[in-house]
Every structure is written in structure tokens, then in C-alpha cells.
Design a protein. Structure first.
Length: 259
């Protein structure tokens, strides 16, 4: 939290966040155009914001796109604002709706970053091993994880029901996994399915895991994944760092927000 407050204390960094709130997914050059400031200074400000987890980055070819990460701001809202306001403020979904409005054409719809005390190999295994996913996700991810293969997100109750599935588009262990995310219960699938990308990067002595989900159907889908991915990643992080999942599944804590 100290890093967040220090990052927000500078007016130039607040202007950068405002720029991303208005138009998410900008390059360094585009952000420099918003401020009368040298490119090196803007780069330094962005590094401070990224260290505070107020922004996240995704590489697209030779470009590096910057995205607003509303989670620390949500934490501030919960710690300092919500207890004193009536009626209670809307939770993370409403904040993300106002903070992450973006061009829906060719940019990620949702980006989430977490840091895990582990190795890239163990994180990759946690994402692709059916037994491990069953422990922290409540579903088993089943596939041979080869490009072009199918994958299924199977319930662990023995019913054999797949709540989500799709195709493996890219598999580069232990660094990058891209899959389509499709609901098999939907009779007519969208022409362009939603895709999820997992980027696994060594980050000094830990791992930075970036989850990017694109082509979401609508704002309600955005609201759902904005609650879902942080919950799943929190459980994954706990399992890899302590050997145990959280005492209560995080998505159960969000039950009232999902209504």
C-alpha cells in the first residue's frame, strides 16, 4: 500500500493513470504525447506505477501496451472509503467498469497480474495439470496441451460436465499458453471466441503471471471475469507458496457480488 500511495502522490503519474482510464492499452509513444515530458521521464514514471501494480503491460509484436490495473485502487476504496460511506459503494466490478473502459476492437479486454514465489515450471504445471487445477480451481483442466488440441474445464464431482472448453492456440512451456475460452452450453458460438493468454515471466527471484482475456461478450462478462480471475489466481498463489489452498474458496466469498 505504501508503494501505491507514493505512486499516486505525483501529479504526472496521476495524469498517466487518467490517460489510461480514458483510453487503455496505450504505447509509450502515445502516453508521451499526453505529457510535456521527456520520454525517459515518462518511462521512469511508468516503472513506478508498474512496481506499485497500478498498471500492467502486455507485449504485442514490437509494441508494449500499458493497461490500468484497478485492484490497488479497489483495495484503497475498501480500506479507507467503504467503511465510511452509505449506501455501501459498489465493489470491484463497478470500479473496473469506470476505470477500464477501452476500445474493444483489437486490445485485451481484461488484464490481471500477480506475483508468485515459485518457478516458471511450477506455475506452468499448476495451469496445465488436471490434479492441481482441481485443487485450486474446483475444475480439472484436461488436454495434451498441444497447439490445435482441445481442452476441457471438467467439474470434479465425477459428472464429466465441462463448464468451459476450447482449443489450445499456443503452448510454449513454461512461458506462454493461449487458449480459446468457450461455453459448451451455448448453441451458437461467437464468430470470434474469447481467448485467454497466460504469460509466465521470471521476475528477479519470483514469477510474474499475467492473465489476459480478450473478446469478452459484454460488460456483464467483464464483470464476471473481473471477480473470477483474481479469485482463481489467489488460490493458485496460495497453493504454490504454502502447499495449501485458501481455507475458503475466494469465489465463494464473492457470491453476493455475482448476483
Amino acid at each position: 500500500m505504501d508503494k501505491v500511495f507514493r505512486a499516486l502522490a505525483d501529479p504526472s503519474r496521476r495524469r498517466l493513470l487518467d490517460s489510461l482510464r480514458e483510453r487503455d492499452g496505450q504505447t509509450l509513444g502515445q502516453l508521451c504525447g499526453q505529457l510535456a515530458m521527456a520520454r525517459q521521464s515518462v518511462t521512469q514514471h511508468l516503472a513506478v506505477l508498474e512496481e506499485a501494480n497500478l498498471i500492467s503491460t502486455v507485449r504485442r509484436s514490437r509494441e508494449k501496451l500499458h493497461f490500468l490495473n484497478p485492484v490497488p485502487i479497489y483495495d484503497i476504496q475498501q480500506r479507507w472509503l467503504a467503511p465510511f460511506e452509505q449506501p455501501r459503494l459498489r465493489t470491484l466490478a463497478a470500479i473496473k467498469k469506470s476505470a477500464e473502459e477501452r476500445d474493444m476492437t483489437d486490445k485485451p479486454t481484461f488484464v490481471y497480474v500477480t506475483y508468485i514465489h515459485s518457478t516458471p515450471e511450477r506455475v506452468w504445471q499448476a495451469l496445465t495439470d488436471a490434479d492441481l487445477t482441481a485443487r485450486y480451481w474446483g475444475h480439472s483442466n484436461v488436454s495434451d496441451w498441444q497447439p490445435g488440441s482441445t481442452w476441457e474445464h471438467l467439474r470434479t464431482d465425477g459428472s464429466g460436465i465441462s463448464d468451459v472448453g476450447g482449443k489450445v492456440l499456443t503452448a510454449e512451456p513454461p512461458r506462454r499458453l493461449v487458449v480459446t475460452f468457450e461455453d459448451p452450453a451455448v448453441e451458437v458460438q461467437p464468430a470470434v471466441p474469447s481467448t485467454v493468454t497466460f504469460e509466465i515471466e521470471p521476475w528477479q527471484e519470483i514469477v510474474r503471471l499475467t492473465v489476459t482475456q480478450e473478446n469478452l461478450a459484454d460488460e456483464e462478462a467483464l464483470r464476471m471475469v473481473s471477480l473470477g480471475w483474481p479469485a482463481v489466481m489467489a488460490n493458485l498463489k496460495s497453493l504454490l507458496e504454502t502447499g495449501h489452498v485458501l481455507p475458503q474458496a475466494p469465489w465463494e466469498m464473492y457470491a453476493d457480488q455475482l448476483r
